[in-house]
Design a protein around this ligand. Sequence first.
Ligand code: ZN
Length: 502
Amino acid sequence: MEASYAKLVERLGEVQDIASSAGVLAWDQRTKMPVAGAAARADQLSTLTRLAFERFTADEIGSLLEEFRPYEDSLDRDSLEASLIRVTRRDYEKAVRVPLELRGEMARAGALAEPVWREARKTSSFELFLPYLEEAIELKKRYIECFQPVDEPYDALLDDYEPGMKTAEVRAVFAELRDGLVPLVAAIAERTDAVDDSALTGDFPLERQEEVEAAILHAFGFADEEWRVDETAHPFASKGGPRDVRLTTHHQANNLTSLFACMHEFGHGLYEYQVDRDLYRTPLGRGASLGVHESQSRMWENMIGRSLPFWERFFPTVRDAFPGRLGGLDAEGFYRAVNRVQPSLIRIHADEVTYNLHIILRFELEQALVDGSLAPADAREAWDAKIEEYLGIDVPDVADGVLQDMHWSGGAIGYFPTYALGNVISGQLWERIRRELPDLDERTRAGELGDLREWLRENVHRHGRKYMPAELLERTVGGGLDPQPLLAYLRAKFGQIYELPA
Ligand code: ZN
C-alpha cells in the first residue's frame, strides 16, 4: 500500500507539473505574448492539456485507486492520504466517463465559436452567433448523457464547477435571493439621487493608479518576492507555484475600475497562496470550487474594499494621488460613490446589489436551454424579458444583452451560478468572521488585515480541495448554503447609504 501510494503521488505530481506549465503559458498568452504568437501557443497548450489528461486517465491510475479500496475505511478521513485518494477517485471517475472524441469536439467547437462570438458582439448580430450557440448546447446534451443518471440534466454541468452541488438547491437559494433583492433594488431606485459618483469619472493618470494599487495590495498582504501584477484585457489570477502568485488587471485612464479589479484578483490569489504547501503537486492543491473561490475575491473587493473603515484608512492615499478629481470628497463621500447602485445592462460593471440578478437570469436561461424548454433562437427575447423583469431596463443592443459574455461560446454552461454562489458564501463567511473578529473594523481602520488573512487561512484556504464545497461550508459556518446573511449585509449597508426606511 505504501509503495503504491508513493507511486500515485508521483504520477499525480507529474500531471500537476504539466498542468501548472500550461497555466504559466496561458498566463503569458494573456499578458506578455506578441499577438502573432497565438497559433504556436494554441498548439503548445493543446499538447500539454492532452498530455495531462492522458496521464491522469491512464489505466495505471485506475488500478492504483482500486488497490486502495480495501484500506480506505481504515484511514482518517481528514488525512492527506484519505483526502487525496477520495478526490482523485472522484476526478478520475468523472474524467473517464467522457469519450476522447467528444472532448475533442467540444474543444474544437469552443475554439471556432470564440472569434465568431467576438465578431457577432462587435456587429450586434445574434444571428451570426446562433448556429454556434446551438452547437454548444447540442454538445452539452451529449456531455450530460455521459453522466446519466442525474436528477436533472443541469446537475452534470454544474458539478464541473461546483462539485456536488445540485441544481435544485441552487434554484431554491437563488429564488430566495431574488425575492430579497428585487424589492431592495426598487427601494434604492426611489432614492437614486442620494449618491453622487461623478467624481469617479475623469482623468486618473495610470502611474498614479499603479502607485495607489501597490499601496493597497501591500496592505492586503502582497509580497514582492512572491506576487506580481500585470496588464491584461480581462483580469484573472493564476499561480505558477506555491510561492508564485500572478494577478492581472486592466487599467483605464478615465476611471478607477482597475483598483477594484486588483482587490478582487488579490482575493483569488490569496486563496491559492494560503493552500497548505504539502498539497502542492496534488489534485488538492487549489481552491475547493469556483464558488468558494469567488467568495474570497468578492470579500476583498466588496466587504473590505468597499467598506467605510477601509476608506477611512486609505482615502487620503487615493485623494492625494488624484487631487483634481477627489480633492472635494471626504472618506465617506468616496465610500458612498464607490457603492452607487444603478441597474445596468453589463454584468461585469454591475454593483454589489444588482450583480446577483444578472447571474440568476443566466442560470434560469441556461437550464431552459439545456432541458429544451427554450430554443437557442429564442434566447435573445428571453434574455431581454428577464432584464426588464428583474432590473426594469430595456436592452437596446444585443451586444449589451445576450451576446455580452464569452462563456457560452467556449461551452462554459453551468459556470455562471458560481459567481452568485460566491456572493452567498461570502455573506455566510463574513457573518461568522464579524462574530469571531469583533475588532475587525478597528483593525481595518488601522490598515491591519493580518487577522482576517489568518482566519481565512485557518478556516478555508489551507484545506485546498480536501473537502467538497458543502462540507467546507458546514465545517466553517455550521450549515448549508443560505442567502440570508448576504441579504442582511446588503440591506444594512445600502439601507444606511440610501437612508432607506428600516
Ligand atoms: Zn473572480
